[in-house]
Design a binder for this molecule. Structure first.
Ligand code: ZN
Length: 242
């Protein structure tokens, strides 16, 4: 653990270009069957990269036969991907009502989300949640499961962040500033926060996680070094990395 200088709790290395930093702990995440397999390969090639595999809500809403395809995809996760020894969480999964506007699209997302929460229970793994304009709905569903969860790139209200943390959740901070984020970073304990780049979507590369760490340090008036170490510890313990 001491070999890492910081942890990026959420990125997509299958779409990042450039050389991977050897001293950074990274959790790379799939969003579809294809990207789960690509990220699996990357995690097998790099000792400092672990895998989070799942079907995102944006992907789920494209498949009208979601109940059938999710079975095949989950079969791959619970056999080939699980057996690799690199899988540390199911994700990113959740609800995205920014993109899903119709009842049918939202239904497809919900079916996929619930199915993968059941998968996570069977595999005894934590989950990484993508929620957009549906943070409260995600929490309502999560309350029916006995799962630890990370709210990735959390962009909801401070009250919802506090409710997640009071349950079994932790909050992941991307390198993006806004006033609501500032509010919950200030009020939540550092032990409930991790830092992410969400590269290449928000940060360009996993190094952008250092901006998230800097932001947390500034808002909490703590040394960056302390935030770097504590968010690394939090990431290691959440994902159960040995
Ligand atoms: Zn992501």
């Amino acid at each position: 653990m001491n070999e890492y200088s910081f942890a990026d709790a959420h990125c997509h290395l299958d779409s990042c270009s450039g050389v991977l930093l050897p001293h950074v702990l990274m959790i790379t995440s799939g969003t579809s069957h294809e990207t789960n397999l690509k990220n699996l390969h990357i995690s097998q090639q790099n000792d400092n990269v672990y895998l989070c595999a799942g079907i995102s809500p944006q992907e789920a809403m494209k498949h009208k036969q979601i109940k059938i395809v999710i079975q095949e995809w989950e079969e791959t996760i619970s056999t080939q991907i699980k057996d690799s020894g690199r899988l540390v969480a199911i994700g990113e999964i959740g609800l995205d009502y920014h993109w899903a506007k119709t009842d049918e699209e939202r239904y497809l997302q919900q079916e996929c989300f619930i199915s993968q929460l059941q998968l996570a229970e069977r595999l005894a793994l934590p989950v990484v949640i993508h929620s957009r304009d549906a943070e409260e709905q995600c929490l309502d569903i999560l309350k029916n499961f006995n799962l630890n969860y990370m709210m990735h790139c959390f962009s909801g209200k401070s009250e919802t962040a506090a409710a997640a943390v009071a349950h079994k959740g932790i909050i992941s901070i991307p390198p993006m500033r806004n006033s609501e984020r500032k509010k919950f970073i200030a009020s939540l304990p550092l032990e409930k926060l991790v830092a992410e780049s969400d590269a290449p979507g928000i940060g360009k590369t996993p190094e952008a996680t250092l901006e998230s760490i800097k932001m947390i340090a500034e808002i909490k008036a703590l040394p960056e070094e302390q935030v770097r170490k504590q968010t690394l510890l939090n990431t290691v313990s959440f994902f159960g990395i040995k």
